[in-house]
Design a protein around this ligand. Structure first.
Ligand SMILES: Nc1ncnc2c1ncn2[C@@H]1O[C@H](COP(=O)(O)OP(=O)(O)OP(=O)(O)O)[C@@H](O)[C@H]1O
Length: 233
């Protein structure tokens, strides 16, 4: 059986206008074509500056495309995020497209437990069950129980990153974009994340990620997508 196609990039381009350099253009992506299927984990590789993070941000519609299309399967129909309305983009982000970066967006006075439970509550789960599930997830990523009730602003880099992963993977969205989510983690915690990703894939998620650590990349990638840096226009 062929796996379901979840994301398709067609002839995608992105250039930045550099306002401080008299409007010069920096071409970062040109003619990118990529298909991503349910259950696979494609890892972006290529030198620093090749545009890997930019590609994820374009897919997540943080950056506008300069050309081409970003088709996502949303509710079993295709939507081009490059031309979608802001309302459609938000709906896709809420239900179909997850994005986990290496940085946790800390919300003052909100505890680690509530940060992790929030996606479940937003999906309509009752509070008790959401908190139980969040606690199990925090335990899984080795956050000590004494920290659960605290806002993560003062947590270490690795602890914040694990809270972020717990939040990002507690409801594995059909498409997951990961920008170095394991950058500050030790080998033991990276192995936990690899396990969580394998479970997300087994449940049908399509994963597209950046992992600079080679061992991690070898562990999680089902395929590499290699990118090259372009010249400035
Ligand atoms: N908002 C922006 N404005 C201008 N230039 C940008 C912007 N974002 C990224 N760039 C440029 O785009 C190029 C690609 O950056 P990007 O972060 O996507 O590369 P990368 O492959 O992820 O690199 P690394 O492996 O070092 O993280 C860089 O030259 C960067 O300076």
């Amino acid at each position: 059986m062929t796996a379901t196609l979840m994301l398709e990039l067609r002839d995608l381009g992105k250039s930045f206008e550099l306002h401080q350099q008299h409007g010069a253009h920096l071409n970062v992506l040109r003619g990118v074509n990529l298909s991503l299927h349910a259950g696979e984990c494609v890892v972006l590789s290529g030198p620093s500056g090749a545009g890997k993070s930019t590609l994820l941000r374009v897919i997540y519609a943080n950056y506008r495309t300069s050309g081409g299309a970003v088709y996502v399967r949303h509710d079993d129909r295709w939507l081009d995020l490059a031309s979608a309305t802001p309302h459609e983009v938000l709906d896709v982000r809420r239900r179909t497209l997850g994005y986990v970066s290496q940085f946790l967006r800390v919300i003052p006075r909100v505890s680690a437990l509530d940060i992790v439970a929030e996606p479940l509550l937003r999906d309509g789960m009752d509070e008790h069950e959401a908190r139980e599930r969040a606690a199990a997830m925090l335990r899984r990523v080795n956050i000590p129980e004494r920290l659960w009730a605290l806002p993560p602003g003062t947590f270490s880099g690795g602890e914040q990153q694990r809270v972020n992963i717990a939040r990002g993977l507690i409801v594995p969205r059909p498409i997951l974009l990961l920008d170095e989510p394991t950058a500050s983690l030790d080998a033991g915690n990276r192995a936990v994340v690899a396990e969580l990703l394998a479970e997300a894939r087994a449940a049908g998620s399509a994963v597209l990620g950046i992992f600079h650590d080679e061992a991690m990349r070898d562990q999680v990638a089902t395929r590499l997508f290699t990118m090259q840096a372009l010249e400035a226009a």
